[in-house]
Structures are given as structure tokens and as C-alpha cells.
Design a protein around this ligand. Structure first.
Ligand code: GUN
Length: 307
């Protein structure tokens, strides 16, 4: 008689993110009651990119749901860099705005790094400003990029103390891979960052107690790359053709992660699904960062927002 294959517990990021938004809302209302400060988030979008429009609308709606101020600045595709920098200067000086997010990607005629550098680091709720990157790397409190922060919250909720665990991060982007590595070093994990030039990636992944996939390649990480019982965090959001050939011919798509979920969930101990895993955590962490920025600008210690 052969043993049944193990099936991983599925980490419900949607439920966790809803709880986090509720905790942010309660903390924000207490900040307002005690100090008269309502956290305010300004989101700037330049151009008409349809996916970005949806993201920005969701951010605005969720911000209002958490009882915070939400301003959305929709600028034409033809906006000049100087016009955008002038708006950022105005928002930097606005005491009612605690968080500023410029939706990426920007049109090609605008230098994104110059724009990100113009945001007041204490209002940089994306955590992309070099000052916040530096704070994270030396372990000083600052604003941390939303997606890796969301991954860390899920990991701590699932595993508690992470110290001594082997973490492998596949992907070395500034938005996910590098800050994720810093956060896990901060939790006393042994961290390896893998990328497209890494040799024998499957063998390296098999050493991971925590495997974070952030490469942007659909279902690249297979079940036999995973250490039995490991915790797998899938950051990928990839659109691929529908499984049904008729629907695929009509151009219908589905969303998959960077991990082959069916294979991996037979081996892993816990795994995030796509959709419904890391994705919903990003907006929730943006609100958490806006609340944190409002507290720090008011000289108030932020409440612990972990579950
Ligand atoms: N576009 C896609 N993801 C992000 C993000 O996390 N922040 C910003 N500003 N733009 C994005």
C-alpha cells in the first residue's frame, strides 16, 4: 500500500489581508481620535495603462474603506517630468498627505528614478526611495516595500519565529527580491538570493525551508524543486492562455504564479495560491505603510498591525 501524497495547507492571503485592513482601520481611527490626524494617501497615475488603472482604482477604494483620506491624481500621458515633479513637491509640502505613491510604469519620456527620488522619504509608502532602501539594509526603521512586507507578515503568521531557517528567494528585483532578502536577514534567516544565472537552481531550492518565488516566469518552479514540508510563497502574477483550447483561441487567459501549484502542493507544507495569496496583501500593506507614515510624522508610536 502506497502512502497518499501529502497536500500542503493553502495560505489564505485574501482573508489575512482583510483582517489587516480592518486592523489598520481601527488603528487609524484611534490615531484620528487621539491626535486629530486622519492618514492620507495620494496616488498619482500618468497615462491610460488599463492594468494600472484597475490597480489605482482598487487602491483608492480600499483606502476609503479603511477610513483614510484618498486622493487620486490622474495625469495625461503627455504630462512632462517637470509637471509631475511639481505635483510631488506640492504633495511633499501638504500636511494632510502622509503617503505618496506614483504608479509604475511611467511613460518612457519620464525618468522613473528621478521621480521616485523626489518623493519625501517619510511619505514614500512604496519604500522605493534610496533612503528607505538604505534604512532597511542597516536595520533602521523606515517604510518597507509593500509586497515583501506582505510576504513577511504571512510567513510570521504561519511559522512564528523564523530564526535559523534557510530561505531561498528566486528573483533579485529592487521591488521584491532584494527587500525580501533584507527582511528575512532581519528575522535571522539564512538567506540565498537566486536569479537567472544561478547554477542548479532546483538543487538550491530544495535546501529552502522558506522558498519565495518572484521571477515572473509562469509555473517555473516545479514540485520536485521543493523540500518536503517547506513553506512556499509565490509572488508571481502571470497571464497565460486558458487551458480550454477553444477559449484560448478566443484570447481568454488565466492567472498563474511562478510556482507549479499542483505539483508543489503535493510536497510543500504550506503554499500561497495565485490568485488569493500574496496579491491582496500588497494593497493592505500600502494602507499599513500610510498609517505608519502618519504616526511617524505625528511623533506617535504606530500600533502593532500583525495578527
Ligand atoms: N506597479 C506595479 N506594482 C507597483 C507597486 O508596488 N508600486 C507602484 N508604485 N507601482 C506599481
Amino acid at each position: 500500500m502506497s502512502a497518499e501524497p501529502a497536500v500542503a495547507a493553502v495560505i489564505d492571503g485574501k482573508a489575512f489581508s482583510q483582517g489587516l485592513v480592518e486592523r489598520v482601520a481601527v488603528a487609524a481611527s484611534r490615531l484620528e481620535a487621539a491626535h486629530g490626524v486622519k492618514p492620507g494617501l495620494a496616488v498619482i497615475i500618468v497615462g491610460e495603462d488599463p492594468a494600472s488603472q484597475i490597480y489605482v482604482r482598487n487602491k483608492g477604494e480600499t483606502t476609503l474603506k479603511a477610513g483614510m483620506r484618498s486622493d487620486t491624481h490622474r495625469l495625461a500621458e503627455t504630462t512632462t517630468q517637470d509637471e509631475l515633479l511639481a505635483l510631488i513637491a506640492q504633495l511633499n509640502a501638504d500636511a494632510g498627505i502622509h503617503g505618496i505613491l506614483v504608479q509604475l510604469p511611467l511613460p518612457a519620456h519620464i525618468d522613473a528614478s528621478a521621480v521616485l527620488a523626489a518623493i519625501d522619504p517619510d511619505k514614500d509608502v512604496d519604500g522605493f526611495h534610496v533612503v528607505n532602501v538604505g534604512r532597511l539594509s542597516v536595520g533602521v526603521r523606515g517604510l518597507v516595500p509593500c509586497t515583501p512586507l506582505g510576504c513577511l507578515m504571512l510567513l510570521k503568521d504561519q511559522l512564528g519565529d523564523l530564526s535559523g531557517l534557510n530561505a531561498v528567494i528566486v528573483g533579485r528585483s529592487n521591488i521584491v527580491g532584494k527587500p525580501m532578502a533584507q527582511l528575512l536577514i532581519g528575522e535571522s534567516c539564512t538567506v540565498t538570493v537566486a536569479h537567472s544565472r544561478t547554477r542548479d537552481l532546483p538543487a538550491l531550492c530544495r535546501t529552502a525551508d522558506i522558498l519565495v518565488a518572484a521571477v515572473g516566469r509562469p509555473e517555473m518552479i516545479k514540485g520536485d524543486w521543493i523540500k518536503p514540508g517547506a513553506t512556499v510563497i509565490d509572488v508571481g502574477i502571470n497571464r497565460v492562455p486558458s487551458k480550454d483550447p477553444v477559449k484560448a483561441a478566443e484570447g481568454k487567459t488565466r492567472v498563474v504564479g511562478d510556482v507549479d501549484f499542483a505539483g508543489a502542493s503535493q510536497v510543500a507544507g504550506r503554499i500561497t495560491p495565485v490568485p488569493g495569496g500574496v496579491g491582496p496583501m500588497t494593497i493592505a500593506c500600502l494602507l499599513a505603510n500610510t498609517y505608519t507614515a502618519a504616526c511617524l510624522s505625528t511623533g506617535v508610536e504606530p500600533e502593532d498591525l500583525n495578527a
